[in-house]
Design a protein around this ligand. Structure first.
Ligand code: B12
Ligand code: SF4
Ligand code: SF4
Length: 408
């Protein structure tokens, strides 16, 4: 059991001892072992399917070609050596500014730095890098002091086509974008003579969300993800852990704590009912909103081979807007309003949000040969005469469907 000692972000509270998570107990390995059912296990094995974007961006499943996937190639590259000539760091604050600039130069959209809290390092690995002599089940030893947390934004409009092969392609590219920048930043730090490890898509020994919240990249939302004030949650996260002396950032207040209390748009639009309408709960020593990850995962079985990754909660979140002055102004106003008075501003803003952006943000889009226009579907409820359309977010009926059997 670990006792944490972090600053105080507003969007979660440490209320008890935290247990390290074994990567083998995380959802992907559980699905691979069949713990979420045979259909889910088979879905993961064959998820590369015929879409070329899926085949090059995704994990690939058994039917992808590893040599065409940067994800597969990069997760097996051994870590480079640390330069024996060390660059002195007389001023960690100056070095932190430089490192953030280097991260942005390499391709990150946002960067923050925090202490590496060991509670967010997996205890054992689910898969090792054979070139580094690692294997599944090895204990993870990551004694670094700092975590440089980076965010990579996705295109607002492509995500609005959710769920479709267009939003899949954008999501997949976002995952891939984390790889070269994180790899180069870790290499850059090792070239200065300090140990550094890259944690990106496909190869990650840490949980990036709490680290990024602590590093002031954003706040934790009701939907369980980090919310950045400009990009919302359409931000892929990666981390470089290191011993390079760095000044750390403070958690930020972007008003998500109050907005999430009143908004609930993600909970309303989640087709698998995985996001809570109620208050926070204590989970592994942390008081926060708790998402049902199993039902979220199983919703992929409802895709009818028309998409692979659900991003409905990311797109629906009212922080998810294109970069524009009115979004910046609304955010500024929330941040400047004293906390007890914020609901007076938030409630009308949420009403405006529903009015202008819709209760369930979605856009018809054509791109390349893809078209996400809804198609009529056959209802699987006996006796139903309604002409349903294939908008995956639309529930066919009010009755709560079992996860994975959502039909329309
Ligand atoms: C497996 C996985 C999934 C699984 C299970 C999700 C889960 N929560 O475990 C499935 C397929 C369902 C999934 C879905 C999604 N995922 Co996902 N997923 C992961 C992955 C690879 C591992 C997560 C993990 O280890 N879980 C096991 C344990 C740790 O889970 P847990 O104890 O319940 O902890 C979760 C939360 O409670 C939180 N958490 C745990 N402890 C603490 C402590 C504190 C203090 C805080 C603040 C938070 C926190 O972090 C965990 C991740 O959500 C991460 C990348 C990574 N290395 O972390 C991406 C990641 C979490 N996913 C991400 C995204 C974007 C998505 C989807 C939108 C897309 C999709 N459909 O795949 C949805 C969103 C679902 C949702 N509302 O949360 C992003 C989130 C980015 C962000 N802005 O926050 C990540 C970080 C990938 C990335 N590198 O950017 N995902
Ligand atoms: S990714 Fe989709 S199914 Fe999962 S929580 Fe978000 S909206 Fe719900
Ligand atoms: S949609 Fe609303 S409730 Fe959900 S995370 Fe975003 S701001 Fe919070």
């Amino acid at each position: 059991m670990l006792q944490t000692k972090q600053p105080n972000p507003r969007s979660y509270r440490i209320v008890g001892p935290q247990r390290k998570v074994d990567e083998r107990d995380t959802p992907h390995p559980r699905v691979d072992r069949g713990e979420l059912g045979e259909r889910m296990r088979m879905w993961r094995k064959t998820r590369a399917a015929t879409d070329p974007f899926r085949r090059i961006f995704g994990g690939g499943g058994d039917d992808g070609d590893p040599n065409s996937s940067l994800y597969h190639i990069m997760r097996d590259i051994p870590e480079g050596k640390v330069n024996t000539k060390q660059t002195p760091v007389p001023d960690p604050a100056h070095m932190a500014r430089n490192i953030k600039e280097v991260a942005r130069f390499f391709g990150a959209d946002v960067v923050g730095i925090t202490q590496l809290d060991q509670a967010y390092v997996y205890s054992h690995r689910a898969r090792g890098c054979p070139a580094m002599g690692q294997k599944a089940g090895d204990p993870i030893h990551l004694p670094h002091r700092y975590a440089i947390c980076m965010g990579f934004s996705s295109d607002y409009y492509k995500f609005l086509s959710n769920n479709s092969r267009i939003s899949d392609a954008e999501y997949g590219l976002g995952n891939i974008h984390t790889i070269p920048t994180t790899f180069m930043l870790a290499g850059y730090i090792r070239a200065m003579g300090y140990p550094a490890s890259a944690h990106h898509y496909g190869r990650c020994e840490v949980n990036p969300i709490p680290l990024a919240v602590n590093a002031g990249v954003g706040e934790l939302g009701r939907h369980g993800m980090l919310i950045h004030e400009e990009y919302g949650s359409r931000l892929h996260l990666s981390v470089v852990t290191t011993d390079l002396p760095l000044a750390v950032d403070e958690p930020v207040d972007i008003g998500a704590e109050e907005v999430c209390k009143y908004c609930m748009k993600c909970a309303r639009t989640c087709p698998s009912h995985s996001i809570p309408f109620g208050g926070k709960e204590v989970y592994n020593g942390v008081e926060k909103y708790v998402v049902n990850v199993d039902t979220c995962y199983k919703y992929r079985l409802a895709s009818r081979d028309q998409w692979s990754t659900c991003v409905i909660c990311v797109s629906s979140c009212c922080y998810n807007k294109p970069t524009a002055w009115w979004h910046t102004l609304a955010l500024w106003a929330i941040k400047k309003t004293p906390i007890p008075l914020r609901p007076l501003l938030i409630v009308p803003l949420l009403w405006i949000d529903d009015l202008f952006w819709g209760q369930r943000p979605w856009k018809h889009m054509k791109w390349l040969d893809y078209d996400n226009a809804p198609e009529p579907v056959t209802c699987n409820i006996p006796g139903c005469q309604a002409k349903h359309k294939n908008l995956q977010h639309k529930r066919l009926h009010d009755t709560k469907p079992a996860a994975g059997s959502v039909a329309g």
